[in-house]
Design a protein around this ligand. Structure first.
Ligand code: DGL
Length: 258
């Protein structure tokens, strides 16, 4: 039976991936699930996180009747993709930092990785860097404060430019660094402001378009897009309604996790 593509994140970060999916697959029905009760994931213990991610994704896949799951969260994907693929019957597409395209794009061979504190230290991230950025220096910056800023932006508030400057300072200090990987799906939501928090121009790379292309290749039986698509939330968040609606998710439901 046909169904939507389900986009999952801890919070609103997956909306940056939903936007890429809308651009590449404009006729496809999407659904959104976020574990806003447990946001942020980036500072949580790994063992707890794996169980939680599997529980939430199983419940959301069931509730949405989706035909494919996009784990639109680097923090979840670099930890739990294998487990999710064992447990779910639908295809699972992960989101991991775009180290490879950034290394190919960098002229100075010095790139920055901006991600949650969990993602910057994950063995998965070490392997990506070893495999695809062997010729580059990689400056890793834990930027959990930007998750909060992006959450505010989707709630209609302006980000705190002092906070953005502070988080980006370690990248600004690296004078030969020319490319930054947005290794958290929340961060593309700040692209109207991040370049303004720096005194020089950098190239910014995220994973949204690559994920959308991959989805188009492997997910089948996708239902046609409808007027009011569903968002599943683990905690009530009426202040998110307008933000979710802007991405096409105008009906919100509670997702109960045992
Ligand atoms: N959006 C998530 C990511 O891509 C992380 C946000 C969080 O810390 O929960 O890693």
């Amino acid at each position: 039976m046909a169904g939507p593509i389900l986009v999952f994140d801890s919070g609103v970060g997956g909306l940056s991936v939903a936007a890429a999916l809308r651009r590449h697959l404009p006729a496809a029905a999407l659904a959104y699930a976020c574990d806003n009760a447990m946001l942020p994931y980036g500072v949580r213990d790994d063992d707890w996180l794996v169980k939680r991610i599997v529980d939430v994704c199983e419940a959301a896949v069931r509730a949405s009747g989706c035909v494919g799951l996009v784990v639109a969260c680097n923090t979840a994907s670099t930890l739990a993709l294998e487990r999710l693929r064992q447990r779910l019957e639908v295809p699972v597409i992960g989101t991991v930092p775009a180290i490879k395209p950034a290394a190919e794009l960098s002229r100075s061979h010095h790139i920055g990785l901006l991600a949650t504190s969990a993602t910057v230290r994950r063995p998965y991230t070490d392997r990506l860097i070893q495999s695809f950025a062997g010729n580059c220096r990689v400056t890793r910056v834990a930027a959990d404060a930007l998750v909060t800023e992006a959450e505010q932006v989707v709630r209609g508030k302006m980000p705190d430019m002092f906070c953005l400057r502070d988080v980006l300072a370690p990248l600004e200090a690296q004078h030969d660094l020319d490319t930054v990987v947005l290794g958290c799906t929340h961060f593309p939501l700040l692209m109207d402001w991040l370049p303004k928090a720096l005194t020089r121009s950098l190239q910014w790379v995220d994973s949204g378009d690559a994920i959308a292309r991959r989805c188009g290749q492997i997910v089948t039986a996708v239902a046609p897009r409808s007027e009011a698509e569903a968002a599943w939330l683990t905690a009530p968040a009426p202040e998110l309604a307008a933000g979710l609606r802007a991405y096409g998710f105008s009906r919100s439901y509670s997702l109960l996790i045992d």
